[in-house]
Write a protein that binds this ligand. Sequence first.
Ligand SMILES: Nc1ncnc2c1ncn2[C@@H]1O[C@H](COP(=O)(O)OP(=O)(O)OP(=O)(O)O)[C@@H](O)[C@H]1O
Ligand code: SF4
Ligand SMILES: [Mg+2]
Length: 371
Amino acid sequence: MEKDNIIEVKNLHVDIAMTEGTLTPVRGVNFEIKRGETLGLVGESGSGKSLTCKAILGINDKKCKASGQILFNSKESGEMDLLSLNPKGKEIRNVRGKQISMIFQEPMVAFSPMYTIGNQINECTLLHITKDKKKAKEISMEVMRKVGIANVEKRYNQYPHEFSGGMLQRALIAMALVCNPDMLIADEPTTALDVTIQAQILELMKEMQKEFNMAILFITHDLGVVARMCDRVAVMYLGKVVESGDAKTIYANPQHPYTRGLIGSVHKIGGKKEERLFSIEGTVPLAMNLPEACGFYDRCDARIEGLCNKADPELVEIEPGHQIACFNCPHEACKAQRAKAEQMIKEREERETAKAANEPAKSKKKKWGRK
Ligand SMILES: Nc1ncnc2c1ncn2[C@@H]1O[C@H](COP(=O)(O)OP(=O)(O)OP(=O)(O)O)[C@@H](O)[C@H]1O
Ligand code: SF4
Ligand SMILES: [Mg+2]
């Protein structure tokens, strides 16, 4: 892996065995994050964002089978493929919480109602930093102060139900940061909060990032939050990254029809009042028995009949650091991919025609044979 990268996710798949068949909500996700950088992972509900993050930490349900590679550049152990580790083993436990930690969307679910907030934060400190209980408590309290929790001596001994939503989210951030992780996964960390608290929490995460040179994988639906927080963006649709690049470039010049739709569906500061917002018709299809086609085909206003419904585009680089998976794009790399796909479809159809022409003869032969 490249030395500046802290993580490289390569061709990640997550399959879930269901009674009706196999669900493939993650179908070949690729991205990388540099140390100290923030990558925003955006996409509609159900596009596979949370499954992707949980695969990094090996915390998906047992029935979710992940494959591909998740290369992590560990300061302690060097390069390792997280997917090849035993999800209950010592090595991944040394990464989880200590080197990579996660903030979940629902703080109420992340904390146990049975233990005090201090106890739960301290659990990480005792596990990864020091076995000395007094020292551990001091460290935990210090981080609670850092994330803006006032009156820490009292707060430390309170239970989750005694915290407001915003305070609980701060406590969750304290729990995620107490071991100075090299990477933080924040899965919709502010969606449940009101706008002013949201702004404070985002600011806090940025400060913490600066202090610890932490990489952040930031999952959100909110493009405003992406613009504020992220250096780069990866746009996910139906279990794949369909466009990725520098946040400013993607905002100013989105190339994939889905990204254009997403950006067109939010208000712009200074935009005309009477301007209608764009909406993407339809919903994300169920990721089961998907045909060999572009996942966005049914909803795309730029689709090419006979191509987009017969082949699935790969992510290709259209300019340094900017990648897109679409056949209908004027860039050379997309044109080359389109020509290759057209040739592949042509050959496949010729083979099928030849096969179909052969089949009646074969079945005739069989009939004669039986007689
Ligand atoms: N344990 C599971 N069993 C069955 N299906 C699952 C499971 N976990 C996730 N899925 C399905 O996989 C798809 C992707 O789920 P995921 O949670 O990654 O979506 P998401 O992009 O995080 O969506 P949201 O923005 O709503 O959080 C969804 O359709 C979801 O219903
Ligand atoms: S490949 Fe075709 S269907 Fe898919 S996004 Fe591009 S134009 Fe639309
Ligand atoms: Mg999610």
